[in-house]
Ligand binder design. Structure first.
Ligand SMILES: [Ca+2]
Ligand SMILES: [Ca+2]
Length: 117
């Protein structure tokens, strides 16, 4: 049975499945997708498409986390965050290193909001 034949058989079924599966994602799944999309939006601007250079990291921090991090006023802050995050020491932040930052910030926020409630 060829692929075309398979497709013609499952066609009527698959057509009944809503095309936008993303619209059915749970809140947490949606949040994960956002995390991934935000990373790639900035990481793809220059150099390695899958890593954040210092400039890309700065843009991400200022645009996406401006309320949490005082990177606007403190020029050394980005430098320090970069050093903290860059675990493998290649001078860039890859997706795994970025997730560590987001997780750490989420923990900090949780502590802040729930312990000050
Ligand atoms: Ca890059
Ligand atoms: Ca790195």
């Amino acid at each position: 049975m060829g692929w075309g034949e398979v497709r013609s058989r499952v066609g009527p079924i698959t057509q009944r499945v809503p095309p936008a599966v993303g619209a059915m994602a749970s809140q947490l799944e949606g949040a994960m997708e956002t995390l991934i999309n935000v990373f790639h939006h900035y990481s793809g601007k220059e150099g390695d498409k899958y890593k954040l250079s210092k400039k890309e990291l700065k843009e991400l921090l200022q645009s996406e986390l401006g309320c949490f991090l005082e990177t606007q006023k403190d020029t050394g802050a980005v430098e320090k965050i970069m050093q903290d995050l860059d675990e493998n020491g290649d001078g860039e932040v890859d997706f795994q290193e970025y997730v560590v930052l987001v997780a750490a910030l989420t923990v900090a926020c949780n502590t802040f909001f729930w312990e000050n409630a």
